[in-house]
Design a protein around this ligand. Structure first.
Ligand SMILES: [Zn+2]
Ligand SMILES: [Zn+2]
Length: 343
């Protein structure tokens, strides 16, 4: 599949990703590697080359990155190894041990790098897939009223499209995203939100499932795997809505057949990063209707058919604001009905 960010083939189907998990970060018999204390500077700046199998232990990759950052005077030799930045591997999934990284599998998030240095890291360290300049905030739309302009990180080199794998009681879900525009998730193999959705789906047996702020679509795809006949996913943030649509294609094996139509391309959606009136971004044809909208979920009710069993999940950024959540749920119940829950 063509990557919508870099145009290369850095995106594959869920089937291919899932088939690779057992071996992708596993060492061969020859792989070495030293485990280092990340709170200290590395003991020396020797660059260990990748094993002939093409992989290198993550700590050795970090020493390579560290040595370039010291050379570029971004770090001093007294800085701890962890100051290099935050590693996000592709694909991300719950792992037992630290990974041995193949080529193109590491996205580095750093607050310190500039573009020339990022390009150098990308060029000289084969495991690096992309370099993103991050900040101390969560990227994307942040408030229910959509009044605060969304903030994003910046892709400086390579490509920042990567996938996380979430396990459910049905098939696992592969969730691609452009990381500079979407909040970071860490799949742990036991995700309370996913378990909660499964419990509600089994209990409510909905004919319509609505995910009011769907992010990149993980929970909607889970509902599809449970065989819910009609699924409506929505997010006001263009990157979330686009990747939710894209992830339908990636996880097409989890849907009940039918063609997936994506109605807008990523670049054109960037011209309307946040919209209030829902725009349909994607839909499926076949036994199951899955729709993705970009919009304010409070404008969704007219688009929801009146059916017996509607199950809605409202997962707001402002989780701590109980009064706000209660108000939103009451409003939704009075306009849509059915069962509503916050995961
Ligand atoms: Zn790409
Ligand atoms: Zn090896």
């Amino acid at each position: 599949m063509q990557c919508p960010v870099c145009g290369q083939d850095c995106v594959t189907t869920a089937h291919d990703i899932l088939g690779s998990l057992e071996t992708v970060f596993a060492p061969c018999g020859e792989c070495g590697g030293r485990t280092l204390d990340k709170t200290q500077p590395p003991p020396d700046l020797t660059i260990t080359p990748p094993c002939p199998c093409g992989k290198r232990f993550i700590d050795d990759v970090f020493v390579h990155l560290y040595s370039i950052l010291v050379e570029e005077k971004i770090l001093s030799k007294e800085d701890p190894l962890k100051k290099v930045g935050m590693p996000l591997v592709h694909p991300g999934f719950a792992m037992d041990g630290a990974p041995y990284l193949p080529k193109n599998s590491l996205l580095l998030l750093s607050q310190l790098v500039d573009e020339p240095v990022a390009k150098k890291l990308y060029k000289e360290v084969p495991e690096v897939r992309g370099v993103v300049k991050c900040g101390r905030f969560v990227p994307g739309a942040v408030d229910v009223d959509l009044s605060i302009p969304p903030r994003v990180y910046e892709l400086l080199a390579g490509c920042d499209v990567r996938a996380d794998v979430f396990y459910t009681q049905h098939s696992p879900v592969v969730a691609y995203k452009q990381q500079s525009l979407i909040h970071i998730e860490f799949p742990r193999g036991y995700d309370p939100k996913i378990i909660s959705v499964g419990v509600h789906l089994r209990h409510a047996l909905p004919s319509v499932f609505v995910d009011a702020s769907c992010g990149v679509g993980t929970l909607g795809i889970i509902a599809a795997a449970y065989g819910v006949p009609h699924i409506i996913m929505n997010d006001a943030w263009y990157a979330a809505a686009f990747w939710a649509a894209f992830n339908l294609k990636v996880n097409s094996d989890s849907l009940l057949g039918g063609e997936i139509h994506i109605l807008e391309d990523y670049a054109s959606m960037a011209s309307h990063p946040v919209v209030r009136e829902p725009r349909r971004i994607a839909y499926t044809e076949g036994k199951q209707l899955v729709e993705v909208y970009q919009g304010d979920f409070r404008n969704l009710p007219p688009l929801i058919p009146e059916r017996d069993r509607i199950l809605t999940i409202i997962d707001l950024f402002e989780k701590g604001d109980e009064a706000l959540n209660r108000r939103i749920m009451e409003d939704w119940r009075s306009r849509v009905g059915g069962e509503v829950f916050i995961p």
